[in-house]
Design a protein around this ligand. Structure first.
Ligand code: PNS
Length: 158
């Protein structure tokens, strides 16, 4: 049984994330989408909101579950019998940092990292940009699940 983790902050989940999770779900028996908790970073959505949005966005995928983790990702992998980390790679700009993390995680354990190239239609997509554009009144439909559009509107006014 091959089990992989798709980690991230998912604030909020985008259609680019969903695409990577869908593709990982075709390659692996089980996919755990893991929301990293970093108390020092200010988020638009609470941890529970991000988990709930991810569950809704991946409910069509029977071999996908959603969890959260605090501390090191490799420790989460060891606790859950996860052999590999799957990350989406958008552009060369992602590569330097992602390679560094992959090699650091590989230095800590034997958990390997696999990069999945982002589909071209999502290569410019980032949660931070989606929030910035949506906050400014721009149209981000098609870039995030429809229910996320509604939740962002609510979150901006609270
Ligand atoms: O969505 P993001 O911000 O790219 O997610 C980054 C995340 C949560 C995947 C990354 O920061 C992470 O793995 N954090 C866990 C802490 C950790 O293991 N750090 C060492 C990495 S070499």
């Amino acid at each position: 049984m091959t089990k992989v983790v798709c980690p991230g902050s998912f604030d909020p989940v985008t259609n680019g994330h969903v695409d990577i999770v869908e593709r990982a779900a075709r390659l692996f028996d089980e996919v755990v989408v893991a929301v990293g908790v970093n108390e020092s970073k200010k988020r638009l959505f609470s941890l529970q909101e991000r988990i709930d949005m991810l569950r809704r966005a991946t409910e069509h995928l029977p071999n996908v579950s959603v969890a959260s983790f605090q501390g090191l990702l490799v420790d989460f992998c060891a606790e859950h019998g996860i052999a590999a980390i799957a990350k989406g790679l958008r552009a060369v700009s992602d590569f330097d940092y992602e390679l560094q993390m992959a090699q650091m995680n590989g230095n800590l354990t034997d958990v390997d990292t696999l990069f999945i190239p982002t589909s071209p239609e999502y290569s410019f997509l980032a949660s931070s940009l989606v929030k910035e554009v949506a906050r400014g009144g721009g149209d981000v439909s098609g870039l995030v699940p429809d229910f996320v559009l509604e939740q962002m509107k609510d979150a901006f006014t609270r």
